[in-house]
Ligand binder design. Structure first.
Ligand code: CP
Length: 308
């Protein structure tokens, strides 16, 4: 059975290009499966997976749960807001109690960067990072790159602009690692206050002008303004942000070329994307969501049984 080079998926930074290609080839098979009338395979029968979410989620959580059910895994769901975390239980005690119920794999979202890395040093189960603070969101980057590969036939050589709140975005960092490993060219674009100072050291171009970034790219991956992570004011108002960095149908039509428009969700409609752009023929936003199930099936299938 093929395996990833690591027992966990903690980030894109520490997996190889070969791992990513193996995940994509495996996801191709699972995508075929989930488009059949009978969408289920027995691949993870007798594997028990806990989805442990300390932060809100719609897409990632449902996508993981559906992927687990399509693979015939047993699934339990934990939400911090309705758990004994509220009574002061620690992360490690919480996870060790879940593992005592004979759980094989943990899918975790946590507000603290490095939380899944910390767990991986203390527990035996496979861990998948479903988003750790502003650090990484590896399965989002995998499904994003997989969706580019599906739409444009390959990722290598493609020009991808990542636009918006790069500073607070785990999606941006994981995308940069994945796209670099797969041979794409990457430009980040946003207001200077939302671009980390170290960003150009990651092998990306920096462009402050939205029109120039769009004229350059084949793919625009537009990120949400993460107001919940912003303790300071990084721009004068949402209205002004939308004026300088919001993408609408008029801007796309003026490009006179077909770019692919992506967004990891949830969208702030009318801020980073207008509805007439988000719902236009440029958009592959719902294809990303569909592909998320197949990509996550592939990741869990390839990790199962590989606990350190
Ligand atoms: N893209 C993403 O992570 O969305 P959720 O926060 O809804 O899971």
């Amino acid at each position: 059975m093929p395996r990833l080079s690591q027992p966990h998926l903690l980030g894109i930074k520490n997996i190889t290009r070969e791992d990513i290609e193996l995940i994509f080839e495996t996801a191709d098979n699972f995508k075929e499966v989930i488009n059949r009338p009978i969408k289920k395979v027995p691949s993870l029968r007798d594997v028990t997976i806990a989805n442990v979410f300390f932060e809100n989620s719609t897409r990632t959580r449902l996508s993981f749960e559906l992927a687990q059910k399509r693979l015939s895994a047993d699934v339990i769901n934990f939400s911090a807001s309705t758990s004994s975390v509220k009574k002061g239980e620690t992360l490690l005690d919480t996870v060790n109690n879940i593992l005592a119920m004979k759980v094989d794999m943990i899918v975790m979202r946590h507000a603290s960067a490095g939380a899944p890395h910390f767990l991986s040093r203390h527990i035996k189960a496979n861990i998948i990072n479903a988003g750790d603070g502003t650090h990484e969101h590896p399965t989002q980057a995998l499904l994003d790159a997989y969706s580019i590969r599906e739409k444009l036939k390959s990722v290598a050589g493609k020009k991808v602009a990542i636009i918006g709140d790069i500073l607070h975005s785990r999606v941006a960092l994981s995308n940069i690692f994945a796209l670099n490993k797969l041979g794409a060219e990457v430009t980040v674009c946003g207001p200077p206050t939302l671009l980390p100072k170290f960003i150009s050291k990651l092998g990306v171009r920096v462009e402050l002008d939205l029109q120039k970034a769009l004229a350059w790219c084949d793919v625009a991956n537009v990120l949400r303004i993460q107001l919940e992570r912003q303790q300071l004011k990084y721009f004068p108002s949402l209205r002004e942000y939308a004026l300088y960095y919001g993408i609408n149908r008029g801007i796309l039509d003026k490009l006179k070329k077909d770019i692919v428009l992506m967004h990891p969700g949830p969208i702030n409609r009318g801020v980073e994307l207008s509805s007439d752009a988000a719902d236009s023929h440029h958009s592959i936003i719902l294809d990303q969501v569909e592909n998320g199930v197949a990509v996550r099936m592939a990741v869990m299938y390839l990790l199962a049984g590989a606990a350190s």
